[in-house]
Design a protein around this ligand. Structure first.
Ligand code: ADP
Length: 446
């Protein structure tokens, strides 16, 4: 097992990882930007190092600063958390070259999954159903137009190296496609450093359903069930739950079995989420997130498995002690992302938290880094807290969630709390009748 782990992240996920390390008896190093020196995980860690100014590019994305911090403190592993460098193959390679263990899959697997075109091809070859789309990178507008005719409109343009819901463009006609290709290429170049794009059939009313996988170095692969994340704004998740209201065990384990075989075959090690669109009873692969995800906590509640601790154990070379036959998916869990943002426009609302009260009680979990008088900086993600509610049934879970959201007080800044309260009282939400566009369509009225 590791002796000391450097946590290369901030906010709630940094505390989440810190807790897992402490429980495993591992020492911790927090790294932080200048403005983040008073974050709770920095206080709780055994050591801390300031890695640069406030902008992410100079701190949490600054590979040489993070590696220096690792060397100076003698850390034997780095946990990249979510976002930032968590999917960066170059970073993973650099970490290994410094004789530090990267807590995540191999750099080769990160490269494979980081290029969505390669990932899609690989998964398709392993028997996983994919969305109909273009063959490889699209260089030429005329070729793209021909491919779109074959696929059938509407089509969606995606960046091969894309992420965070950015840069996707839907086109309903050839004229729109012509225009959008130019825009998508330049946006992809600016955001992801490559203008490689591809086309996919745009599914009009799908659900977003993703599967949690854990693999060790010895060929053991576990499937921990699904999370439904259809409630999104700007292609980013706002509320996640498990199980999904639309899957039965037959469908769940049908796709789970295919995934287990596929991940065994590629010799993957670490945690992964495989994202699908689900439409008319069919799954369509979108991408693999080869890392921990914000919403992992939902699966922790329904399986009783501590995903972060397992991830750390696997990276240290331990064999998974759990067997698939021991995994029981029980009850219902929902995660509500409490973000510092306007609940109509979703624009970030940084500022000072004047008053704070967190709900509690049986089945209520809060993962958060905020405290009274904390000033939410403008530089980073707007996630303030994850409220994760667990109960025996979905209905009980929704009722419990309403009490918890009523109790939650975060004064001084705008948050998504009130929106969540309205959401869970909607008939469509209570009845599971929603797809990835539900929120966009209904936000004006809410
Ligand atoms: P990113 O990596 O940027 O998050 P994803 O490929 O995971 O991109 O897609 C993010 C979201 O965009 C999905 O959850 C879904 O809402 C929407 N989306 C992606 N592909 C399609 C598609 N083919 N049809 C309809 N919606 C899509």
């Amino acid at each position: 097992m590791f002796n000391k782990i450097l946590i290369a992240n901030r906010g709630e996920i940094a505390i989440r990882i810190l807790r897992a390390c402490k429980e495993l008896g591992i020492k911790t190093v927090a790294v932080h930007s200048e403005i983040d020196s008073s974050l709770m995980h920095v206080k709780f860690a055994d050591e801390s190092v300031c890695i640069g100014p406030n902008s992410s590019s100079q701190s949490y994305l600054n590979i040489s600063s993070i590696l220096s911090a690792g060397e100076v403190t003698g850390a034997d592993a780095i946990h990249p958390g979510v976002g930032f460098l968590s999917e960066n193959a170059h970073f993973a390679r650099m970490v290994s070259e410094h004789n530090i263990t990267f807590i995540g899959p191999s750099a080769d697997h990160l490269s494979m999954m980081g290029d969505k075109i390669i990932a899609k091809k690989t998964m398709q070859n392993l028997g996983i159903p994919v969305v109909n789309g273009s063959e490889g990178v699209l260089e030429d507008v005329e070729v793209a137009l021909q491919q779109a005719e074959k696929i059938g409109y509407p089509v969606i343009i995606k960046a091969a190296l894309g992420g965070g819901g950015k840069g996707m463009k839907v086109s309903n006609t050839p004229d729109e496609l012509r225009l959008n290709i130019k825009l998508a290429k330049s946006e992809a170049k600016i955001n992801f450093g490559s203008d490689a794009i591809y086309l996919e059939k745009y599914l009009v009313n799908p659900k977003h359903i993703e599967m949690q996988i854990i693999c060790d170095d010895y060929g053991n692969v576990l499937f921990l069930g699904e999370r439904e994340c259809s409630i999104q704004r700007n292609n980013q998740k706002l509320m996640e739950e498990s199980p999904s209201t639309v899957l039965n065990d037959e469908q769940r384990y049908y796709i789970g079995d295919i995934l287990v075989k596929a991940f065994k075959q590629i010799g993957y090690s670490g945690v992964a989420t495989v994202e699908f669109l689900y439409d008319n009873g069919q799954f369509f692969f979108m991408e693999v997130n080869p890392r921990l995800q914000v919403e992992h906590s939902v699966t922790e509640q329904t399986t009783g498995i501590d995903i972060v601790k397992e991830q750390i154990k696997i990276a240290s070379g331990e064999e998974l002690s759990i067997k698939q036959s021991n995994i029981k998916i029980r009850g219902h869990a929902i995660e509500f992302r409490i973000n510092a943002e306007d609940s109509k426009t979703f624009m970030p609302c940084p500022g000072k938290i004047e008053e704070l009260y967190f709900p509690g009680g049986n089945g209520i979990r809060i993962d958060s880094h905020i405290y009274r008088n904390y000033v939410v900086p403008q530089y980073y993600d707007s996630l303030l807290a994850k409220l994760i509610v667990y109960a025996n049934t979905r209905e009980e879970c929704l009722n419990k969630a309403l009490c918890a959201l009523d109790e939650l007080v975060i004064d001084g800044i705008n948050t998504t709390t009130e929106l969540h309260k309205k959401l869970i009282q909607e008939n469509d939400i209570r009845e599971g009748k929603f797809d990835i566009h539900w929120l966009e369509k209904n936000i004006g009225r809410l």
